[in-house]
Design a protein around this ligand. Structure first.
Ligand SMILES: [Zn+2]
Ligand SMILES: [Zn+2]
Length: 394
């Protein structure tokens, strides 16, 4: 089976590259993936794979193996692009100014189409159901994954495993990365307004300076991650936006901040929110000002089921060779695949797409991001192979 799938993957490699380039040239922002969705449906129609539209631009397709089995595996791809303008002069660059597939979701979508093509051609060789989840809006709250789950993507039938892959330029093309257990962080957005009373910079005694209050708050809140958090529990608190719109001699009325809080435990996450609000409002109050502290909850943390991940990793080592499967570190970025991992046994692995010798090293979410397209031969075949092994094909 391994050789058969390697052969099928290289047979459709050129076509998969074509899909990826088409999607890359025609990116759509989160929850606006109408053309992308139509493109996916057109390919599925061509392969004879039925599907159900879901969550507006999303869809779930089913491939039914011809042998008898009630096993179900779900495979997930995200379809949205980012509000970034791609560097000019690329052969298959984005045709839309201000929109770019800078997170590789074009790669995930094209790969899953390739995997679908392979699995559909092997229907006689397996039993059980393969669900193909093409979801919208990974890059924006509330996250397309949460909407797909609400719409029933994991029902009728219920999968025993949900598998997803994501590009990673740090890993060379030809390799993949796995991590069992907690892998990516929960992410919450913080919106804070510190209020005081502005006035002339020469007369602080008549004002309540929100800039100084804010300085205390920013410093004190670091105590939450350095003194209150369990040292064994990674937590990050960063404020990337601080606006005090006064002047050299003008103290403003208020200061506005935006930040992010990330961690790996739901109980601690809620406790940290409460601590931060209490600390910030307490400091502002004690200094004569006030503070509105809003926490907008984002994605939960992503946990790769230990047993399932060990199993899938084993299949990947079998398919690619042990030397081409690497360990991943904890990563405090967020990913809405986490929603699937909170309700089902899930495995999210990384597809190496970098190539230093070709100069393909840019990180995701940058205007120069690109992939070594040789990774597409591997991504389609690997996902098909792990799925068939999971369904009991040897
Ligand atoms: Zn992204
Ligand atoms: Zn992404």
């Amino acid at each position: 089976m391994r050789e058969k799938i390697h052969a099928l993957a290289s047979q459709i490699h050129e076509e998969t590259v074509g899909w990826r380039r088409h999607l890359h040239q025609n990116p759509e922002l989160s929850f606006q993936e109408y053309e992308t969705s139509a493109f996916v449906k057109a390919q599925l129609d061509r392969f004879g794979i039925p599907y159900t539209p879901m969550a507006d631009t999303g869809l779930v397709a089913h491939i039914q193996g011809e042998q008898l089995s009630d096993k179900v595996v779900a495979l997930r791809a995200d379809m949205d692009a980012l509000p970034i303008t791609e560097v000019a002069g690329r052969e298959y660059g984005s045709t839309k100014a201000g929109v770019m597939h800078a997170c590789g979701h074009d790669v995930h979508t094209a790969s899953l189409l390739g995997t679908a093509h392979i699995l559909q051609s092997l229907k006689a060789d397996f039993g059980g159901t393969v669900k193909l989840i093409f979801q919208p809006g990974e890059e924006r709250l509330p996250g397309g994954a949460s909407l797909m789950i609400k719409a029933g993507a994991l029902q009728n039938p219920v999968p025993q495993a949900v598998i997803g892959q994501h590009v990673m330029p740090l890993i060379p093309a030809g390799k993949v990365g796995f991590r069992a257990g907690k892998y990516m962080a929960s992410t919450d957005e913080l919106y804070v307004t510190v209020k005081g009373r502005g006035g002339h910079g020469a007369q602080p005694q008549q004002n309540i300076d929100p800039v100084v209050i804010t300085a205390h708050i920013i410093t004190a809140l670091q105590q939450v991650v350095s003194r209150v958090a369990d040292p064994k529990m990674p937590s990050v608190l960063s404020f990337g936006k601080v606006i005090a719109d006064g002047a050299t001699n003008v103290i403003p009325d208020s200061v506005y901040l935006e930040g992010t809080f990330r961690t790996f435990d739901e109980k601690w996450r809620k406790e940290a929110h409460a601590r931060m609000v209490k600390m910030a409002t307490g400091i502002a109050d004690s200094m004569g000002g006030s503070c509105d502290f809003e926490v907008r909850s984002g994605y939960p943390f992503l946990v790769n089921d230990e047993k399932l991940t060990a199993e899938i990793r084993g299949y990947a080592e079998d398919f690619l060779g042990r030397e081409n499967v690497v360990d991943l570190d904890l990563w405090l970025a967020a990913e809405d695949f986490a929603y699937y991992s909170q309700v089902a046994d899930a495995c999210f692995y990384r597809l190496g797409t970098g190539n230093e010798s070709k100069g393909i090293t840019s990180a995701v979410h940058t205007p120069t991001f690109d992939i070594d397209e040789s990774a597409l031969a591997l991504s389609t075949g690997l996902m098909a192979y792990v799925t068939l092994r999971r369904l009991g094909v040897s």
